[in-house]
Design a binder for this molecule. Structure first.
Ligand code: C2E
Ligand code: MG
Ligand code: MG
Length: 632
């Protein structure tokens, strides 16, 4: 029989390209990469020994029998080893390679080892093949090869299907696909033995593996040669890596502000410079860039972390020279030991990202060590975030109403709508916890719309006059307010419920009015649609009187802090301010009315409306209705 090697060379070529690419890109030292490397080595060894064996078999007449026999042996050994490394890769994918010695492991290795034993004995026993003066012949146990190959392929498919939950869907599909290709390859090998087609199918299988989960680019950021969040999660997923390891995280302070100041292009260049510098400076460490100006450096617990931090700090004293600007950036550090952490990898990554985001925007520049307490707090925040996601998706937010009374008559005139979430145990989560998160991740738009819809439904379904309600206040987040579609959206919602704009007052916090010019136009537009606007929490921060005058608010809500200040230590400032506001045409609401004394004091300086716990805490809508239907 003359063996045909036409199919072999293209395979070798493709493999060498993959191998080069795999080696020049940064690679995580994890199990799957090691398994893939083993696979490529086994495949190249199989092809090389296959060529050698084929050459010997084609030229057996010119060679001594023992040499032809010796040149055949490595191929059979490598062939079985390759089948086994494919299987090992599947085991790593399914995380089945981590248990220590077990009978299952024994079984999976046994077939491989027994097959190799039969093969190695063949030059003496002739079990798998023999070579004599007439050349190469198959032995009686030649079937060991296809049987062993099929055994691992079938076992691989069974395990993939059994443990499919452990894989992303795309990974599962690719894994099944490469098994199918190998099964076809092995079948073709039986049908067309002289064509060495098996190598082509193996190459295709390796190509699928490479494209779907071994391409180094899947794990590297596009900002430079640093690993990404997916890589960090994968790396942390292996308990071996956590042992005696530590992560030093650092965040570029106020990254988003810096980014908008320097511009995206320059900032990206800056990130590239930082990453290159870190990679060069700390070649022994793993560098991860976890988006938003956050970095994580992983390395052994006993490394000189103090020195690493110092070197980074020193470098950040200098500017980063982007093409057309020098970037002056500051960083905040955060450390976590990993040895004692056995939380799931994605939880650690979430906590790290969250903590880095916080560290980067906190006023405290000192390096922080993630304490257990801080971790629990972060956990709670992540919990709230998840809860918020669900609440927004399923429209679960509740709206509570807090009465607002007339300063003179002390009769109910209006109510403020306040959002509430309830966790699985039925406990209320206050807006102070979830509104900032919703503002950060953009959920505030949906949430705000849901609140408005609930208020509109309330107005539609109740006799407002009988309750004594003239309007309901709805809070507006500055993020919502900047949305250009907001006025028309809100107005169409009102129309949908048959509610008129005079029945809704929108509250915007004073704090959010820093960006006056942008807000001014929006507020003007809302006014044109008929909404009344109230400036909320006046006096809680930096109050700019001149600006307040320019914006078309119809009322001002005094923050409870200045209300309480006044009651504690009466002076003439607040009465004069209220007086001035009233003369300018604003109506005044005092918040934080907790006692009769505060109520009288604020009514005494002519606040038009009063709101606070003295009258009532915010109530669920039903309670609000039953309380104010039965007129006292
Ligand atoms: P805010 O608009 O200033 O609402 C008044 C807050 O003061 C409410 O807190 C209310 O329960 C509380 N409060 C009322 N009277 C008293 C009192 O006498 N004493 C004390 N100590 N507190 C009183 P809450 O409900 O926790 O809301 C906090 C903030 O969350 C609100 O402040 C508002 O800025 C925001 N918020 C609430 N609901 C929404 C919403 O649907 N959308 C947006 N964007 N923000 C909301
Ligand atoms: Mg408010
Ligand atoms: Mg307020």
């Amino acid at each position: 029989m003359w063996w045909n090697t036409d199919f072999v060379l293209p395979s070798l070529l493709v493999l060498s390209i993959l191998l080069t690419y795999f080696f020049i890109r940064p690679r995580l030292p994890n199990r799957i990469n090691k398994a893939f490397l083993n696979l490529i080595i086994a495949d190249i060894a199989t092809i090389a020994t296959d060529l050698a064996a084929t050459w010997a078999d084609n030229h057996y007449q010119a060679l001594p029998v023992f040499l032809t026999s010796a040149l055949n042996l490595p191929f059979f050994v490598a062939f079985i080893a390759r089948a086994f490394t494919f299987f090992q890769l599947t085991m790593v994918l399914l995380k089945l390679d981590r248990s220590d010695f077990s009978w299952k492991k024994l079984l999976t290795h046994f077939v491989f080892l027994a097959s190799e034993a039969v093969i190695i004995s063949s030059p003496f026993t002739g079990a798998v093949y023999t070579v004599d003066a007439a050349g190469y012949h198959r032995g009686p146990l030649y079937a060991v090869l296809p049987v062993c190959s099929f055994f691992y392929l079938v076992l691989g498919v069974i395990l993939l299907l059994w443990f499919r939950k452990r894989l992303r869907e795309s990974t599962l599909l690719s894994a099944l696909a490469f098994h199918l290709i190998l099964i076809i390859g092995n079948t073709a090998r039986i049908l067309l033995p002289q064509y060495l087609v098996m190598n082509v199918f193996c190459m295709l299988a390796i190509l699928i593996i490479f494209i779907s989960f071994e391409n180094p680019d899947l794990y590297i950021t596009d900002r430079g040669p640093a690993f990404n969040t997916r890589a960090l999660t994968d790396w942390l997923d292996d308990p071996l890596h956590r042992k005696d390891s530590r992560i030093l995280g650092f965040a570029i302070r106020n990254y988003n502000d810096e980014r908008s100041m320097y511009g995206g292009l320059q900032m990206d260049q800056g990130l590239g410079l930082i990453i290159s510098w870190l990679v060069k400076q700390f070649p022994q460490m793993l560098l991860f860039y976890v988006r938003g100006g956050n970095f994580a450096i992983a390395g052994p617990e006993n490394a000189d972390w103090e020195r690493i931090r110092r070197e980074i700090s020193d470098r950040f004293q200098q500017p980063w020279r982007a093409e057309s600007a020098d970037l002056y950036l500051n960083v905040t550090y955060l450390e976590i030991g990993l040895t004692s952490r056995n939380d799931p990898a994605d939880r650690i990554v979430n906590m790290l990202i969250y903590a880095l985001d916080e560290a980067g925007s906190s006023a405290d520049i000192e390096q922080t060590l993630m304490s257990e307490e801080a971790l629990r707090e972060i956990d709670r925040q992540i919990e709230i975030k998840r809860f918020l996601d669900k609440a927004v998706e399923k429209d679960l937010a509740e709206v509570f109403l807090q009465p607002i009374v007339d300063g003179r008559t002390r009769q109910l005139v209006a109510a403020e709508a306040l959002a509430r979430l309830r966790n699985e145990d039925g406990e209320l989560i206050p807006p102070g916890l979830f509104i900032p998160i919703a503002e950060k991740n953009g959920h505030i738009n949906m949430l705000g719309e849901q609140v408005l819809r609930k208020v509109c439904a309330f107005i539609r379904d109740h006799d407002m006059k009988a309750l004594g309600l003239r309007w309901i206040n709805v809070n507006l987040s500055p993020i919502q307010c900047l949305h250009s579609e907001l006025p028309s959206l809100f107005s169409s919602i009102l129309r949908e419920y048959g509610v008129s704009a005079e029945q809704i007052h929108l509250e915007i916090t004073e704090e959010s009015m820093i960006n006056y010019t942008k807000q001014e136009r929006q507020i003007e537009k809302l006014r044109q649609y008929g909404f009344q606007l109230a400036l909320d929490d006046y006096g809680s921060g930096f109050s700019n009187l001149a600006q307040v005058k320019k914006v078309s608010f119809s009322s001002i809500k005094l923050d409870m802090s200045i209300v309480w200040d006044y009651v504690r230590d009466k002076d003439s400032l607040l009465p004069a301010l209220v007086q001035a506001f009233r003369e300018m045409g604003f109506s005044i609401t005092a918040e934080g009315i907790e006692t009769q004394e505060i109520a009288d004091a604020m009514a005494g300086i002519h606040c038009d409306f009063l709101q606070g716990y003295y009258y009532s805490k915010p109530l669920p809508m039903n309670d609000f209705v039953s309380r104010y239907s039965e007129k006292p």
